[in-house]
Design a protein around this ligand. Structure first.
Ligand code: XBP
Ligand code: MG
Length: 254
């Protein structure tokens, strides 16, 4: 019944948004733009997924200068991606609790793995290689990322793209997300969604999630159920996921 797990990256595999924020700020400073994204501002800007789209939104919604062209934004964003790559490859990011364990269990038991993210492909590859080893990029049969689709989350496009490449119906898969935008994208593609809230999304609402947790948990490091069925084991594994899918009724807004 459960044939594939599809993971978001930022906030779900790892708490990456501070590294993204610092990378944006570093490149804004080195380019002499005079822009600084502090945490409250970044919380607001995260409503817009995708780094290039976020910069364009910042210019238009906040009226800051200079009003960069699309090409100038793309160039600035390339430099930001290089900064982020150095942070990810430098070992500054760790996987969230339960992620490595669940990925390994899925591999052992023949459950397929995929990624559906709005972040750029090099960021995904660098994070996976730095945390799980260079070979682990190959664990993921499909990596849907960044500009591979026209419309980023909350549009369902990246999930539909991944499902098409997996050749699976949404009923055979589960998505893992940390944000309302991600949840909406996955739900609009017909997927059941496990939400693990992250530092920037803890105050969001997650209507329609299968379960809302603080993280996936580990033996000896139990997770907290924010909404949804109780988890007597204290952690998510394939058995608990299969059980939840069988008895699922999506949660109302918390
Ligand atoms: C993640 C994002 C990304 C990153 C920045 O959202 O919105 O834009 O913040 O990545 P999600 P890029 O976790 O829902 O995929 O700068 O590479 O776009
Ligand atoms: Mg996310």
């Amino acid at each position: 019944m459960l044939e594939a797990l599809i993971f978001d990256v930022d906030g779900t595999l790892a708490e990456t948004e501070e590294a993204h924020r610092l990378s944006f700020n570093a490149v804004f400073a080195s380019e002499g733009l005079g822009w600084v994204w502090d945490q409250p501002l970044y919380t607001d800007l995260l409503r817009i997924t995708g780094g290039k789209e976020r910069i364009a939104h910042y210019i238009s919604a906040y009226g800051v200068k200079p009003a960069l062209t699309k090409d100038a934004i793309a160039l600035l964003h390339q430099k930001k991606t290089a900064r982020y790559a150095a942070m990810a490859s430098g070992g500054e990011l760790q996987l969230r609790p339960g992620i490595g364990r669940l990925l390994r269990q899925a591999r052992d038991e023949g459950v397929r793995l995929a990624i559906a993210t709005t972040t750029s492909l090099p960021n995904v590859e660098n994070l996976i290689a730095a945390t799980l080893g260079a070979d682990a990029v190959g664990w993921f049969e499909v990596i849907g990322a960044g500009d591979q689709v026209a419309a980023k989350k909350p549009a369902p496009d990246i999930y539909l793209h991944v499902l098409e490449r997996l050749r699976l119906p949404p009923s055979a898969c589960l998505a893992f997300e940390d944000s309302r935008n991600g949840l909406e994208a996955a739900r609009a593609a017909g997927l059941a969604v496990v939400v693990t809230v992250s530092s920037y999304t803890a105050d969001e609402e997650f209507p329609g999630a299968l379960v809302i947790l603080n993280h996936l948990g580990e033996p000896g490091q139990p997770c907290r159920v924010i909404a949804g069925p109780a988890l007597p084991s204290g952690y998510i594994d394939l058995e608990t996921l299969t059980g939840m899918m069988r008895s699922s009724s999506a949660l109302p807004a918390r």
